[in-house]
Design a protein around this ligand. Sequence first.
Ligand code: OGA
Ligand code: MN
Length: 296
Amino acid sequence: MSIKVRPLSYALGAAVTGVDLTKPLDAATRAEIQQAWLAHSVIVFPDQELLPERQIAFGKLFGELDDHKAVPFYRHPEHDEIYLITNRKIGGKESQTKDTGRLWHSDHSFTTHPTTATMLYCCEIPPVGGNTMFANMYLAYETLSPGLRKVLDKLEAVHSLEHYTSSNPFFRQRDPDQIAKMHKLSPPVAQPVVRTHPETGRKALYISEGQTSHFVGMSREESRGLLQYLFDHSVKPEFTYRHAWSVNDLLMWDNRCTMHLALADYSHEHPRHMHRLTVLGAPCGRLLNAEELAAA
Ligand code: OGA
Ligand code: MN
């Protein structure tokens, strides 16, 4: 089978058609998909009627699935591999994931085993909005001056869930006990500021407004100016793609070279319901030592 790949924007994103994900894939098709994914960093498969079992089987073709240890809530009732991003009530209660992803981030960069691929499947979407934005972090890196790239190449930065939850106003409405539990499961980590993609060999910036608090070995105050510059630079419109979802879209993005943002551009009066599956990859980053932890 030969898939069709149609770019969706200059920076990143492509639509992949000519493949039916409800059926097992042969090795050649899987390889074509992998190639399209590495080339475009975010790919969308429109019109796929995917039961959770099929989404799981497809995910497994790309590596070991994440057990979501870092965020041990909001599972699909029958499939632990599927995490629910929804504004529908869960067990009669307000959903805690209805405002997931409202700051730019790369999935699970606050752990030393961050997600390689996220596969998000759209079950329900409001009549307007509920868009997701993506930024190409290769371009963000490559468009910096050689002088700044050289400085950044040697730096590490602290990523933490604590930073994410405290800088995100939506977390104020969330269950504090769950948040405390999640903080305990994921202490702050050090990540390289520039990450070399293991498959493409290209360098990408690996910092995000949502999850990065400061450079390792520097104070927050000292870090602020440069980090803010990098955050703003990374999400210039020309480095982004904005996805307007349709029901039955499966999106697959590469967290090693992109960031994303779930826009609050819709009303919670309308359901938005997504099935999210994450694929682990090679570990990246390290835990902070005692001195760094005290300074974090
Ligand atoms: C995610 C995420 C964005 C969205 O699944 O990791 O950030 O638009 N979701 O739901
Ligand atoms: Mn995310």
